[in-house]
Design a protein around this ligand. Structure first.
Ligand code: GLP
Length: 251
């Protein structure tokens, strides 16, 4: 299948399989770090990213790249959420990213889902992000074309904030994944995401293709949070497999 040509997004690369999609996204990330060993990266969580992070880990183990001096930011976290909770994203990031990538402790910046005042935590994070301009934001896509936990109708200029999860997201987490997760979350805002120097979005499968399609082809609007990426499309690269592309294509 051919790559998808889009008027605003610089590249939508289509790969025959999940494996190849994940490898390409991993290689893109690795190249950023090879060029800039102190790169600042925002990491998404979720199933989509596991093979991407595993492929990066393989290269780190072979000493082909060194992530130890990079800075790591967190895209989103349930609230309230103990950083040690099984379903928590902090837990995930230590398991798949911070640990295996051997990132220095002082270079890890997490969103703490246990704080008393989420507004203060969001403000703290925004300040940190302002001081550390992100070189690469790694994104997945979720129900209602959400990015991070920016659900439908989130204004595009939002900064890190406490978000109310949509019915679809809650359904996915509680019914489909059997996780009794909170119904609110701290998330980097669309405004934070759009200010990264490069943004990649990774998706596999028909379901994800369906989330992506309106974000690519409908009018840019907050009904489809991922459509905001088209406002900065020159710095966006989308990596998808053939199954996702079969649903995300215009025709
Ligand atoms: C969650 C997270 C997103 C993530 C998305 C996709 O809702 N908030 O940051 O990108 O899910 O997750 P998965 O890859 O497991 O489908």
């Amino acid at each position: 299948m051919k790559n998808i040509i889009h008027p605003q997004i610089s590249k939508i690369n289509v790969y025959p399989s999940l494996e190849e999609t994940a490898r390409a996204a991993a290689e893109f990330t690795i190249n950023i770090v090879l060029k800039n060993p102190q790169a600042i990266i925002t990491y998404a969580t979720g199933n989509t990213m596991i093979p991407v992070y595993q492929k990066i880990t393989e290269k780190i183990s072979k000493k082909e790249v060194d992530f130890s001096k990079t800075k790591a930011f967190h895209l989103d976290e349930y609230y309230p959420c103990d950083p040690k909770a099984d379903y928590g994203f902090v837990n995930y990031l230590y398991k798949y990213v911070f640990g295996p990538f051997k990132i220095k402790k002082t270079n890890i910046f997490i969103l703490n889902g246990l704080v008393k005042n989420p507004k203060l935590e969001a403000d703290r994070y925004n300040l940190l992000l302002k001081k550390s301009p992100v070189d690469l934001a790694i994104l997945g896509i979720g129900p209602g074309s959400h990015i991070g936990f920016n659900e439908q109708r989130t204004p595009f200029d939002t900064q890190t904030h406490l978000a109310k999860l949509s019915k679809e997201t809650i359904f996915r987490d509680q019914k489909e994944r059997g996780q009794d997760t909170p119904t609110t979350a701290l998330t980097q805002g669309i405004g934070n995401i759009l200010s990264a120097k490069k943004i990649i979005l990774v998706a596999y499968g028909e379901n994800k293709g369906e989330y992506l399609k309106p974000a690519l082809w409908e009018k840019i609007n907050s009904q489809y949070p991922a459509s905001a990426l088209r406002l900065q499309g020159q710095k966006v690269i989308i990596f998808i497999d053939q199954a996702a592309a079969s649903k995300a294509s215009k025709e």
